[in-house]
Design a protein around this ligand. Sequence first.
Ligand SMILES: [Zn+2]
Length: 395
Amino acid sequence: MQRRADVPRLGSLGPSARAVVRTLLLAGPLSRAELARRLERSPASLTKITQPLLAAGLISEDTAPAAESPGRPGAPLALRAARHRFLGVKVTSDEVYAVRTDATGRVEASRHRPLADVEQSTVVRQIVELVKELAGQHEIEALGIGLAGQMSRFDDTVRANPFLGWDQVPLAGVLEEATGIPTVLSEDARALTAGVQWSGPGRGMSDLAVLTVGVGVGLGIVLDDRVLAGPTGRVGRIGHVRVSDSGPLCGHGHRGCASAFLTTAAITQAVGVPHGRSDVDLETAIALADEGDPVALRVFHDAGHALGVLVAQLVNILGLPAVILAGDGLGMLAHARTAMDAAVAQHLDPNATPPTVVAFSSGFDEWARGAAVVACQWMLVDPPAPAGPARGTRT
Ligand SMILES: [Zn+2]
């Protein structure tokens, strides 16, 4: 992988230059005046920081609006995002998804492959194969891996992944050794959230939540432009919040918890059992509801109610203006939206402002894209020292 000598890696920049790049990525292009305001710098001090970045071709003056001409102080600055490449990987219980992106998270190429098994050596080998295929002759600045577990914001160890049965697995170091690419791990819903806010439907929002439904119930929270992880990586454990006094049991024995209504397994079982069928998947359940099947309609109604309670409580506690719904179980919304909206209205604090609730349909590539965004943010927020990374306790 050849490096063009003229464009420095994002992770090699000093803190002030990284702050400029980060701000331009999140909100750019920006005028010098606006950039100086956001970074709380004087115009002279900003010029001192941006001059070498312009000279190195890392940032450029954006195509100027009609009233301005290039080179004038008013010409907005933009990052030349296509000059920096990242890889993102999402590992589910049975598949690996990988994408190559630029610094904004724009996907250039993608691959996915079924996992042969969940042995560490097998999964590592399959990730490395996809990484090498997607890297090709491109120079990759960092690799992000998103998977379930309790990882800190920029972690190097897989902690408590229930789907692979992994705990305390130093995956980042193993992958770095095999690929030569700096590697960072992130909890997957949090990685998805990073991508949603950086360059997805949450772009431009400083505060939001991403609530996911599928094999589990996941949550990512952004406050003041920052994806929260907490000191132990446990922020976002919302799946077993109680949403009803009655209802089915979840796998942990909770009656009426969110997972008991919302996971794909809960829905397919609740629809399948009364029909005496064990072959009901989510698509079948949705098709039954489309046909007016009363069991399926009730199950989706209850799922919508559960989702609405979660949305309302998130907004009550955190004051969020927007909640974005995502995940491979989102197809339920066709029959769950009305009950969800009613539950949001019912459970919202009387003084709360009703949130914008957006459904964001995507495949697992979007989760991988989020992991690539985490890799880019890692380089811009907290890049590893050249001597070697030590990230396990960082958030
Ligand atoms: Zn539960």
